[in-house]
Design a binder for this molecule. Structure first.
Ligand SMILES: Nc1ncnc2c1ncn2[C@@H]1O[C@H](COP(=O)(O)OP(=O)(O)O)[C@@H](O)[C@H]1O
Ligand SMILES: [Mg+2]
Length: 415
């Protein structure tokens, strides 16, 4: 199944013929990637003698009547991984132990990463940074368009949050940062019933900064951020979501990755307590699978949702953190206006009244204010104004407000 396109029923039939004719033990790699129609179970039943199969999914059901011996193939530990890097890359320089610790990969992935790293560096010996870059190329490749890398450009200074929410975010970061020490070194893992993955849920109205905070956390912890588009996975691979999710997690497992399932309601929205239709049953299976993988995933997962009610209780129980993002209050809106209109070179008028903006347009989220601030700048530019004035800001805010479906009273609308 390494050549996935060819791993079908015909391949298995041909393989059975060869096995029957000669003395050979077939090895079928990555059986979890085989299409159902390939008839793996029937193949296994039909072959006499031993067969070896490999799967990235520990509990994968082979569908055979034969007896099965399952061997768990553990990931090499940090010291072995370090030795593998040293050997594969010809004694590279730099922090190899750091590299081995950060990326949970085996020999095959290491070999591929070395080839990629060599291709990128014209001459001279490879160092740990080259190897990490080589590895990242391959992770992106394995994610196969199911998840997109996100470049984070904002900083904590740009963020406006209530103290409460900010405290929760800080706690979550601490939990991730010290996970290794507490769970491994201090062995608290043994006290945990389930996996040690850190699934966090961010919920709240659209535009309150959920995606932004996920990005900032990734940046703070020096993790690669990959955004998984669940709605795409769910609609494009109906009934195959589980397989696609497996792919995402397998690839992410290797890297120093924070997985962001943005607007996860695409999946959770479908979950229902009393399973009626076949579609529902699928959705339930997939959510269960997602939850299970999120937990056993060695990395960090953040799910975001705009719906509070749609969040399943089974999911809530399993969360390491649930952070609720509120719409900004008046003070926060004033600060948001301030932060979002200010740049090093924006020509702002001297007499701006941001409190007036915060008061006149009470229901705006951070994203709404960002839109309005940008629109005001475009208004000023289009009018060849020398400064961005209060009038530009008010007009832009009013337009944004209307697009949000709010109508202003005469008084505030004129302000
Ligand atoms: N709390 C906030 N503080 C600062 N900027 C914000 C905040 N919330 C939203 N923004 C601005 O709006 C943009 C979009 O917000 P986003 O994080 O996508 O919201 P959500 O994911 O909750 O829908 C952000 O990139 C940022 O520019
Ligand atoms: Mg978002």
């Amino acid at each position: 199944a390494a050549r996935r396109d060819r791993a079908d029923a015909a391949t298995l039939t041909a393989l059975r013929r060869e096995v029957t004719l000669g003395v050979a033990v077939p090895l079928i790699a990555n059986v979890d990637q085989l299409p159902k129609e390939a008839g793996l179970g029937a193949f296994l039943d039909g072959v006499t003698g031993p067969v070896v199969v490999s799967s990235a999914m520990p509990g994968f059901e082979l569908g055979t009547e034969r007896s099965v011996v399952r061997v768990r193939w553990p990931l090499p530990d940090v010291a072995i991984r370090q030795a593998m890097w040293t050997r594969a890359a010809g004694d590279p320089t730099g922090d190899l132990q750091g590299l081995a610790m950060r990326y949970r990969v085996g020999a095959g992935v290491i070999a591929r990463a070395v080839v990629s790293a060599r291709a990128q560096r014209e001459h001279g010996p490879l160092d740990a940074a080259d190897l990490a870059a080589g590895l990242r190329h391959n992770i992106a490749e394995d994610l196969g368009g199911l998840a997109q890398p996100v470049v984070v450009t904002q900083s904590w200074d740009d963020l406006v949050l209530s103290d409460d929410t900010r405290d929760h975010v800080t706690t979550l970061i601490g939990r991730i940062r010290h996970g290794h020490k507490v769970l491994k070194d201090w062995q608290y893992r043994s006290k945990m019933a389930r996996g040690t993955g850190v699934p966090a849920l961010f919920s709240g109205a659209p535009g309150t900064g959920k995606t932004m905070v996920a990005g900032l956390i990734a940046r703070e912890l020096d993790l690669e951020l990959y955004q998984v588009d669940l709605s795409q996975i769910v609609s494009k691979w109906v009934g195959e979501t589980e397989k696609q999710l497996a792919k995402v997690f397998d690839a992410a497992e290797q890297g120093h990755v924070l997985l962001l399932f943005d607007e996860a309601d695409a999946l959770f929205g479908q979950r229902s307590a009393d399973v009626k239709s076949a579609v529902d049953r699928y959705a339930n299976l997939e959510v269960n699978y997602l939850l299970q993988r999120v937990e056993s995933f060695g990395g960090i997962t953040i799910l975001t949702t705009n719906l509070e009610s749609g969040i399943d209780s089974a999911l809530k129980r399993r969360l390491a953190a649930h952070i609720v993002f509120e719409l900004p209050d008046e003070d926060e809106r004033e600060i948001l206006w301030q932060r979002l209109i200010t740049t090093e070179s924006a020509p702002l008028a001297a007499n701006l009244d941001l409190l007036q903006l915060a008061r006149t347009f009470p229901k705006m989220s951070g994203a709404n204010i960002r839109n309005a601030a940008l629109a005001a700048a475009f208004l000023a530019a289009a009018e060849h104004a020398t400064t961005i004035t209060q009038d530009h800001l008010m007009r832009a805010a009013r337009t944004e407000y209307r697009s949000m479906g709010h109508v202003l009273s005469e008084r505030s609308g004129r302000a």
